[in-house]
Design a protein around this ligand. Structure first.
Ligand SMILES: NC(=O)c1ccc[n+]([C@@H]2O[C@H](COP(=O)([O-])OP(=O)(O)OC[C@H]3O[C@@H](n4cnc5c(N)ncnc54)[C@H](O)[C@@H]3O)[C@@H](O)[C@H]2O)c1
Length: 368
């Protein structure tokens, strides 16, 4: 045997084998693509679906904004009897929009039918505060709504149903829901503070004239109310010269410590003043962001704000639904630990916790 020809033959054979394997792999992938089995639809409940946010949110969910562009969905839309005609109209429009991902729509005023087998529940329905009404009267109406809907979810929703409460008072409504649905894991019940979080990102990006996607890791602590604490102490911005802290980039502590905080705290009122209606498209978009990141994960190195059941992190009284910075992975949120908290922040975090303690007491008194 000619020793010099052996390696050459061997190389030729290896190349042929490699090409064949790669071709074979491509064929297998192509066949899998042809046979691609569509994902099972996820059923999403939207309560208060005939309202403003519902009208903006339903098409976002049906387009895959909430659960991803390849995730089919079934929408369950719930509202109360006086809104039933309007709810029918929403369903008609959803049908007319011919969304490829939308595999079914149930529009109903029956809470049991609405909650049946839902995997995700977005709670927009609630009793709004009307002029001249006492806080306790509004709380009392919402306590009875959330008590009833908690039981319906507990009995009829799918196992591991994830709940997002948007209706105000969002944190305390979520807490009532948690209390009256004891078999739903407390980790599965959250409230929306992502709108405030997004507003904070938006204001910083405007101030620095950078894209909002370049700002990250602001925090909303506490209640979704005017006592919330929008905190930029750990936030960063990506610039041409690398990552910078927001404090350094803004270079105006006076603005960050005062005007910025009150802009975020009062943004809802400013929208009402301008629109003569409360925020709806931004609230719907934030609800999508909240559920999206919860179920599909937060990007590495990024956290978001979520109202979650407090375990005592950062010295906040356990047993409140309080907004914290969280990261999410595999459908689970986790409070970001170990952030340094200065004296000013501590005071503001306590202040908003105090308001939640009072709301909790008020809600309890409505049950008696
Ligand atoms: N957490 C946040 O960031 C945030 C932001 C914006 C708005 N909100 C709150 O979200 C809620 C919805 O806002 P909106 O602008 O869509 O209000 P909306 O008044 O336009 O709609 C509320 C809908 O809820 C329905 N509803 C009332 N009681 C119900 C019940 N028991 N079951 C089912 N549906 C019921 C009403 O009929 C109405 O269609 C409000 O409570 C608002 O204050 C929260």
């Amino acid at each position: 045997m000619n020793m010099e020809t052996v390696p050459w033959e061997l190389i030729q054979k290896c190349v042929v084998v490699l090409i064949s394997v790669s071709l074979f792999w491509k064929i297998i992938k192509y066949m899998c693509g042809l046979l691609k089995v569509e994902k099972e639809p996820v059923t999403v409940l939207v309560t208060g679906a005939a309202g403003q946010i519902g009208y903006a949110l339903a098409p976002m969910i049906a387009r895959g904004v909430m659960l991803g562009p390849d995730q089919p969905v079934i929408l369950h839309l719930l509202d109360i009897e006086p809104a039933s005609e309007s709810l029918k109209g929403v369903k008609m429009e959803l049908v007319d929009a011919a969304f490829p991902l939308l595999k079914g729509v149930v529009a109903t005023t029956d809470v049991v039918e609405a909650c049946k087998d839902v995997n995700v529940a977005v709670m927009l329905g609630g009793f709004p505060r009307k002029e001249g009404m006492e806080r306790k009267d509004v709380m009392s109406k919402n306590v009875s709504i959330y008590k009833a809907q908690a039981s319906a979810l507990e009995q009829h929703a799918a196992e591991d149903c994830k709940v997002l409460v948007v209706a105000n008072p969002a944190n305390t409504n979520a807490l009532i829901l948690k209390e009256y649905a004891p078999s739903i894991p407390e980790k599965n019940i959250t409230c929306l503070t992502r709108l405030d979080h997004n507003r904070a990102l938006g204001q910083i990006s405007e101030r620095l004239s950078v894209h909002v996607g370049d700002v990250k890791n602001v925090i909303i602590w506490g209640n979704h109310s005017s006592t919330q604490y929008p905190d930029v102490n750990h936030a960063t911005v990506t610039t041409n010269s690398g990552n910078k802290s927001v404090r350094a980039a803004v270079n105006d502590d006076n603005w960050l410590n005062n005007e910025f905080i009150s802009i975020i705290q009062q943004r809802g009122a400013a929208i009402i003043k301008a629109r003569k209606l409360s925020s709806a498209l931004s609230a719907a978009s934030a609800a999508c962001d909240h559920v999206h990141d919860w179920l599909l994960g937060t990007p590495k190195g990024t956290w978001v704000s979520m109202g979650v059941y407090c375990d005592g992190s950062y010295g906040i009284q356990p047993g409140l639904i309080y907004s914290f910075p969280v990261t999410c992975e595999n459908g689970q949120w986790k409070i970001v630990q170990g952030l340094e908290i200065d004296k000013v922040s501590r005071e503001k975090m306590e202040n908003t916790a105090q308001e939640l303690i009072e709301e909790k007491e008020l809600a309890k008194s409505c049950l008696n």
